[in-house]
Design a protein around this ligand. Structure first.
Ligand SMILES: *[C@@H]1O[C@H](CO)[C@@H](O)[C@H](O)[C@H]1NC(C)=O
Length: 226
């Protein structure tokens, strides 16, 4: 009787853990719309291109869009969700802005957009984003609304090959401008990437939670060339 109870309890426990493992799998394997917020990620071209080989003609003094990425508070994220595959014709009306604001710095733009759509865009179908056109249009709108260069400039922080800035001052300048705490990454002491966290329903900036892999401290530069 005792052992029968034990077997019963063990089976029950296995079932419960199987169920929770199963639901965790569903959660992270990529179901469109199942995530906490977006990371809207922009890179500073000169820092990015200082650490890899870029197409020279695409380099300029600017942040450009890397992507709009569904993200969870615990650092996990859905990717490669089911849904429609990349279709350039659906977004061709946005091509002028996409080529300028959301370029690949290392290869063909359409390859980059195909990757961003497949990996992140397919998981972003939720709230105001109903299709591929909405997804790329949202990226352009966020880029126009959350101008990092402008936010830094308004606190007298400008690209420079000689100045060093405190990462905190840059963080505070962006927080002041957007009323939302950003996340920053540095490469070799240079500000390389800024993420604005974005509410998945309103597409408005919100405070980023603490995110592992996103920190940038002390004296850093914001280079005016690569
Ligand atoms: C962002 O601000 C900078 C500095 O004012 C400006 O040169 C740039 O055109 C702006 N970008 C967008 C997308 O509005």
């Amino acid at each position: 009787m005792k052992s029968a109870l034990l077997v019963f309890a063990t089976v029950l426990l296995l079932l419960v853990s199987f169920e929770s493992a199963h639901s965790v799998t569903i959660y992270t394997s990529g179901k469109p719309g199942v995530f906490d917020f977006y990371l809207f990620v922009q890179q500073w071209i000169y820092s990015y291109c200082g650490s890899q080989t870029c197409i020279k003609s695409k380099e300029r003094e600017a942040f450009t869009i890397h992507g709009l990425w569904p993200e969870n508070n615990d650092g996990s994220y859905p990717s490669f969700c089911s849904g429609s595959s990349f279709n350039y014709n659906s977004i061709s009306d946005l091509s002028t802005q996409l080529n300028y604001d959301w370029p690949s710095l290392t290869g063909p733009n359409t390859d980059f957009w195909t990757h961003e759509w497949s990996k992140h865009g397919t998981c972003s179908i939720t709230g105001p984003i109903t299709d591929i056109h909405d997804y790329f249009a949202a990226g352009i709108k966020l880029y126009d609304n959350y101008n990092i260069t402008q936010a830094l400039n308004s606190e007298n922080i400008y690209p420079s090959d000689s100045e060093t800035y405190n990462a905190n001052d840059m963080f505070n300048a962006i927080n002041t401008a957007f009323h939302a705490k950003p996340a920053m990454q540095c490469i070799s002491g240079q500000l390389s990437t800024v993420a604005v966290c974005v509410d998945k329903n309103t597409l408005e900036a919100m405070d980023c939670p603490a995110l592992s892999g996103w920190s940038c401290k002390g004296g850093i530069s914001w280079p005016a060339s690569d």
